[in-house]
Design a protein around this ligand. Structure first.
Ligand code: SF4
Length: 325
């Protein structure tokens, strides 16, 4: 059983044209010491699923069903006060652009100490030592001196390390990393991912990695969920995901992945994912699917289990030796 379970999460937005559903029965879990990757094209619902865990949603968003269970309690039913205690302290967010989380007017030390005082209740020298320890853990050299620096004096990679240090200083049990390396150059990307992997194994932290980068997933994740148009269409342990992908959308994503060992020509997925305003009957991938059948245009495919912890929401899996959920 995971430390966090998202169960049948349904969410929509109130738009000018009325209510539009954005997430359909999204379910996944996070386990201590494991990384779960949520992948898919932009706008497929990855970030809004992750933000639901922290209940950090736009005013126009409404959760219409489901549960998010953290250590036996439903986050969706928590009071504002309990949510405040959860955010940052138990579940921390590592954003795409660290500048959105760091205040340019305060030093790194001020911001780190504030977090430590609020969430750990430490003061004075104890808080200072904890701040130095956190910066050292994320391998920022000369940590004591660096506490006096302002965010603009840090490089992109260093800022991202400082954000991770804030999460570590609070002993967060879950890290939500939303495209954590997109704003960084390639060598720094590898360093940040290696840092996250070390944290995961050393502190048994559960990590939710939101990404469209399958290479990053292949190198780091333990489990993968593929999202398309607000639904999870395939979920599998990472090795099975890459060795035995089932869903046509997953196959298309993998074929569009640049990889030096791949001999096949790089392919693109024709068409665009639907916007939230576009209603598509049946399987939402059917307008782009090369294997579309008549049934796909009218009926939403259920989930078919094709292995242990591995499902695909595609009618092509119907006749496999598998169970239907
Ligand atoms: Fe393609 Fe049909 Fe499977 Fe959807 S259900 S992915 S349209 S084959």
């Amino acid at each position: 059983m995971g430390i966090l379970e998202v169960k049948n999460l349904n969410l929509g937005f109130e738009c000018e044209c009325g209510f539009r559903q954005a997430l359909y029965d999204v379910s996944f879990s996070l386990e201590c010491g494991k990384m779960h990757a949520l992948v898919g094209e932009s706008g497929c619902g990855k970030t809004i699923s992750a933000m639901s865990i922290l209940k950090l949603l736009p005013k126009t968003a409404y959760i219409t069903g489901g549960e998010i269970i953290f250590k036996g309690k439903d986050i969706l039913k928590m009071s504002g006060h309990d949510l405040q205690k959860l955010r940052g302290a138990k579940i921390a967010l590592i954003p795409q652009d660290p500048m959105t989380s760091l205040n340019p007017l305060y030093t790194i030390g001020d911001q780190l100490l504030e977090v430590i005082k609020i969430h750990q209740g430490l003061q004075g020298k104890d808080a200072f030592n904890k701040a130095v320890e956190a910066l050292e853990l994320v391998q920022i050299p000369c940590a004591k001196e660096r506490l006096k620096a302002y965010p603009h004096e840090f490089s992109g990679g260093m800022k991202q390390r400082a954000i991770i240090a804030m999460a570590l200083a609070c002993n967060a049990e879950i890290l939500i990393a939303d495209e954590p390396t997109t704003a960084l150059d390639v060598t720094i990307q590898a360093q940040i991912m290696s840092l996250l992997k070390n944290i995961q194994s050393d502190t048994n932290t559960a990590i939710l990695l939101i990404t469209h980068d399958l290479a990053l997933v292949g190198e780091n994740a333990d489990y993968v969920s593929v999202m398309y148009a607000g639904r999870i269409v395939e979920k599998a342990p990472a090795d099975e995901f890459f060795n035995k992908p089932e869903h046509p959308y997953t196959l298309a994503l993998l074929k569009s992945m640049p990889a030096s060992k791949r001999s096949e020509k790089l392919q693109t997925i024709t068409g665009q994912p639907p916007t939230i305003q576009q209603f598509i009957n049946g399987c939402k991938f059917h307008p782009r699917c090369s294997q579309c059948m008549d049934i796909c245009k009218n009926v939403v495919p259920p989930v078919y289990y094709v292995g242990e912890n591995h499902f695909s929401a595609c009618f092509l899996n119907k006749d496999d030796n598998c169970s239907q959920d």
